[in-house]
Design a protein. Sequence first.
Length: 133
Amino acid sequence: MAGISDEIIEDASCKVFGHLCPVYFTAEPLTETKERRKHSRTIPRDVMLKVVRRDGQICQMCFNPVPDDEVEFDHIIPFSKGGPSTVGNLRLLCYDCNRKKRDSLGEILANDPLEHLYDLQRAARKKRRRLKA
């Protein structure tokens, strides 16, 4: 999940099922202020530059270099599902990888929420044991 800030993950994570809740990213930001109601798909140039610098012009799915004229920006939480056009929600992808992903949330949502919950609990127990030792 390259590109999502820890703050977004903490705020949007479901405490029970362990996935990022797409509902968290919809509707609310659109009605807060008049400026936010102008929500558009356009990615500001300064945000684009920050993402390209951060990702080093490497596709974040296949890890191949992406030429200048083929750079594409992917909303990790899709724009159609309410994802913002911010540095934390964007990553650089090549044409083919961006078309494969489309507006899928498969990378973010846990396949089996209960298994994910058990994994989180196991990890917490291991961490507690390490701290005690």
